[in-house]
Design a protein around this ligand. Structure first.
Ligand code: ARG
Ligand code: GLU
Length: 726
């Protein structure tokens, strides 16, 4: 009975969403400073606050509680004492750095039970946006029609520098950037306050924070507790400062109140964060290259490597540990590209853009825009073999682990040999030792060698004759097959054997750095890396750069043309790691005929996946125990079957991208309901084209975060710092 009802409700909501929203509903990553242009629409969809509550330069607003975490994630403030939330995968490097065999914080989690236990992280920054402003006129001051691009460029650079210098001189810890939006039709100044004393406060064990691992990555239903907690420290005047024991917790201008009211299908949601890069306005030909050439080839090459890794990893526990993080990295984009390629094809984006371009050209006849799409098209055709060669270079030669390590090693060695100073040599020696240690710890030669054979063989078959490095051609004809070449390269490289390498280095050290070292710099693995790098740098990159620049310049006009062609359309600038607002609603989706996914998941799903034999699904004992005794405390809610459960994740229609990891997901009252951490793979084409039926961001329900902090970690003192709306 229950089931029938749910299916019908689901079907109804699909119909509703199709009828109610037009094609572009929920699409868009809007500039917070211009949010007054969207606020009417947001309010119509349920938002209950004003534009000034989202972004204001006159008073505290939500923007003061959102930060750029490091250089590629987002975070949010959740207490008056500088407590900050982001994803587990965003804090991963820091958690890892503090881990050792005795204290494995990745495995066991970490919780500072007092301020003095919070761990500093050298190099980690947190940036608050102080303000953003349209500086187009100032940036283009002195430019006039008829000047060439070089002149325009130097005017833009010089004016930007003046603006930046002035902005940063206004206070402590300020940094600023001038960013081109709409391919240089508009320029914005972004001023940030950058904090440098950021301490790790808490992280769940990976069996919660990375639960589901790469098996579930980009997937729904999801049960990952992907969060970690940091605290921002400031000097005694609340200003940014380098790490110091005497620093104190930062008092933010604004922090999020946390909603305990829960989420349900249809609820308004808004994601506030730093999406990295999107390309929504490119030519059909650019999209065709991505979906028909680049993605399929890159996916194919990575499949080869993943198959090899998976085979060895399933045979040995040691290899599984060595390659788990590498495997995750390779699989992450591999999965994303599959969704992107399929999504673009399903949306028929190439054909639709071609039709659009025809209509555009008909309109543009006789204007300054006439013929622009043809010119772009020809440039893309010239660029294609170079993009293709670059894709192959990146996914083949650059993935040979031994050669990457050997080349990096030889570079440092070479640098040290050139320098006569003993201190430089000593420093290099230490660096090399660290490099070697880190490399060999996680290196399994059979995987690397088999991958070499597989990708080099593909390179040979798929890259056209004129685009292969001379070095490659010579070696393939010398050895006949990639296999025999690999035997020779891996057989003769000193780097293939850690003790052989150590022996040579020690011997060289004893005789003084000199002659012996040439066996390292002339090593076949180094030669391989250098030959490919040089070919790419000299034969591919310059042409690629020149054509890409010409394309970008034409896009400036094409973008302007598109805006004039469709004056009624609401444009938003492509993502460029600047602060954006994306709003939508909690909503399930139907990825295939006969299937509908509900928008939220619960602890029941964690237990359904529980399997101690499968690393990704090995639920920690403490969580099992809580589940057995239903010891949910104030975090329990009533589940679908009437019993008590705990919410875990939910999906919504917010237009997000890489970089939005860790972003606050906010409800109609401006309260925090979740932390963004992923998208569903069926919707990853949203970087190029957004489909309201399929594009969903994935968020961690804030109530699961609180449950883990309280019940699993026993760190209720952190919860005492927060404020709630119930
Ligand atoms: N897909 C998410 C992103 O692109 C999460 C990646 C980290 N998680 C993982 N299982 N590899 O960043
Ligand atoms: N996991 C991504 C990140 O780290 C967010 C997912 C996406 O690409 O939307 O930014």
């Amino acid at each position: 009975m229950m089931k029938t009802y749910r299916t019908i409700a689901a079907a109804a909501s699909v119909m509703l969403s199709a009828a109610f929203f037009n094609a572009s509903a929920d699409e868009g990553m809007w500039l917070p400073a211009l949010i007054s242009e969207r606020i009417g629409d947001m309010q119509e969809k349920g938002f209950r606050l004003e534009a000034e509550d989202i972004y204001s330069i006159n008073r505290a607003s939500l923007k003061d509680a959102v930060v750029l975490f490091g250089r590629g994630c987002t975070g949010e403030l959740i207490s008056a004492e500088g407590l900050l939330l982001t994803n587990h995968h965003c804090g991963y490097a820091q958690i890892q750095k503090h881990s050792s065999v005795e204290h494995d914080y990745l495995k066991d989690g970490f919780w500072a039970m007092s301020r003095s236990e919070e761990l500093p992280n050298e190099g980690l920054t947190v940036s608050f946006l102080d303000r953003m402003e349209d500086v187009t006129d100032a940036v283009l001051a002195g430019y006039s029609e008829g000047m060439d691009e070089m002149q325009r460029d130097s005017i833009v650079k010089a004016n930007s520098k003046i603006l930046i210098d002035k902005a940063v001189s206004e206070g402590k810890g300020l940094e600023a950037d001038v960013e081109a939006l709409y391919y240089g039709n508009q320029y914005f100044l972004f001023v940030y306050r950058v904090f440098r004393d950021i301490r790790l406060v808490g992280a769940p064990p990976s069996s919660i924070g990375k639960f589901g691992g790469d098996t579930d990555n980009w997937m729904w239903p999801r049960h990952t507790g992907d969060f970690s907690i940091f605290r921002i420290y400031a000097d005694k005047d609340n200003n940014p400062a380098e790490y110091s024991e005497s620093n104190v917790p930062y008092t933010p201008r604004k922090y999020f109140r946390i909603s305990l009211k829960g989420v349900k299908e249809g609820d308004f949601t808004f994601v506030y964060g730093y999406p990295g890069s999107t390309r929504e306005y490119i030519l059909s030909e650019g999209v065709r290259y991505i979906s028909e050439i680049s993605d399929p080839h890159k996916i194919g090459l990575r499949s080869l490597r993943l198959d090899i890794q998976d085979r060895y990893m399933s045979q040995s526990q040691a290899v599984r540990i060595q390659y788990s993080s590498k495997n995750a990295g390779v699989a992450n984009s591999w999965k994303k590209w599959q969704g992107e390629m399929r999504g673009i094809r399903k949306m028929d984006t190439v054909e639709k853009k071609r039709e659009y371009e025809k209509r555009f050209e008909a309109w543009a006849a006789g204007t300054e825009y006439e013929g622009i799409t043809d010119r772009l098209d020809s440039l893309y055709r010239l660029l294609e073999p170079y993009s293709y060669a670059a894709d192959y270079y990146n996914e083949t030669a650059r993935t040979v682990e031994l050669s990457r390590f050997a080349t990096g090693y030889a570079d440092i060695l070479h640098g040290a040999m050139l320098s006569a100073r003993d201190t430089a040599v000593d420093k290099a020696a230490m660096e090399l030792e660290r490099l070697a240690e880190a490399f060999y710890k996680d290196y399994f030669l059979p995987i690397d060698k088999e991958s070499f054979i597989a990708v080099m063989d593909r390179f040979d078959r798929n890259v056209p004759a004129g685009f292969k490095p001379e070095y490659f051609v010579r070696n393939m004809s010398r050895y006949g097959t990639a296999e025999i070449w690999a035997d020779s390269l891996f057989g003769n490289s000193v780097f293939a054997d850690s003790s052989a390498l150590a022996g040579i280095v020690t011997a060289a050290g004893e005789t003084g750095t000199g002659a012996d070292i040439t066996v390292l710099t002339d090593d076949p693995a180094v030669e391989f890396g250098r030959a490919f790098d040089e070919w790419y740098r000299e034969d591919i990159l310059p042409v690629r750069r020149r054509l890409s620049r010409e394309i970008t310049l034409l896009y400036r006009d094409y973008m302007k043309g598109q805006m004039e062609f469709e004056p009624g359309k609401e444009f938003y600038p492509d993502a460029n790691l600047t602060l954006r607002v994306a709003y939508g609603s909690v909503r399930g989706y139907s990825p295939a005929d006969g299937t509908y996914y509900l928008p939220s998941s619960t602890i029941e799903g964690i237990m359904q996946k529980d399997n101690p034999e499968i690393f990704d699904y090995d639920v920690p004992e403490r969580l099992r125990e809580i589940y057995r005794t239903k010891d949910y405390g104030r975090w329990g809610i009533s589940g679908a079957d009437g019993g008590e459960t705990v919410p875990v994740c939910f999906i919504a229609t917010n237009h997000t991208s890489g970089g939005n990891s860790g972003s606050p997901v906010i409800n109609a009252d401006g309260d925090l309901i979740g932390i963004n951490f992923d998208r569903v793979w069926e919707g990853t084409m949203s970087d190029i084209v957004f489909d309201p039926d399929l594009c969903r961001n994935i968020a961690l329900d804030i109530r699961y975060v609180l449950f883990v902090i309280d019940k699993v970690a026993g760190a209720s003192h952190l919860i005492d710092e927060m404020s709630f709306s119930e």
